[in-house]
Design a protein around this ligand. Structure first.
Ligand code: CU
Length: 149
């Protein structure tokens, strides 16, 4: 191996290591972790928003053709700013996506499974929730709203 090759390899390895260390730090240190598939919650059929404390919520979302059921058929919910929400997501038909605009929440809704992610809504505003996994002819209209007051 000549010198230029070794230098190029060293630069590439250092860059990738830097990249990797930062990602692991964000996931473990800052707890911006990837969604986890939870096995202790059974797939559910109805959306539910449960309040545990003034700023603690549990949100059970059912994605279906072609809406997000956030709370007993409602596609829009309201929570106070500063709330921490435990989001559980499942699908009652096909594979859907769920991205909450302006946040790091980016999940897949897979029938038969429950995906989980926790998010704290610090900033008030309207958060649009979109399906970003093709799910049939009504896919483009599949969206919901989380209003943070
Ligand atoms: Cu969809």
């Amino acid at each position: 191996m000549d010198r230029a090759e070794r230098n190029a390899l060293t630069v590439a390895i250092v860059l990738l290591l830097f990249f990797f260390v930062l990602i692991v730090y964000a996931a473990k240190g800052l707890k911006i972790d990837l969604p986890t598939c939870v096995t202790d919650v059974q797939p559910f059929k109805e959306g539910k928003l449960i309040q545990h404390a003034p700023d603690r919520y549990e949100l059970h979302v059912v994605a279906k053709m072609w809406l997000f059921d956030f709370n007993q058929g409602n596609t829009e919910i309201e929570i106070p700013a500063g709330s921490t929400v435990d989001i559980y997501l499942t699908s009652s038909d096909v594979v859907h996506g769920m991205h909450i605009n302006g946040t790091t929440v980016n999940l897949m809704a897979i029938p038969g499974t429950v995906n989980y992610m926790r998010y704290k809504f610090d900033e008030p505003g309207v958060y649009h929730v979109v399906c970003h996994e093709f799910c049939g002819v009504g896919h483009h209209a599949m969206q919901g709203k989380i209003v943070v007051k």
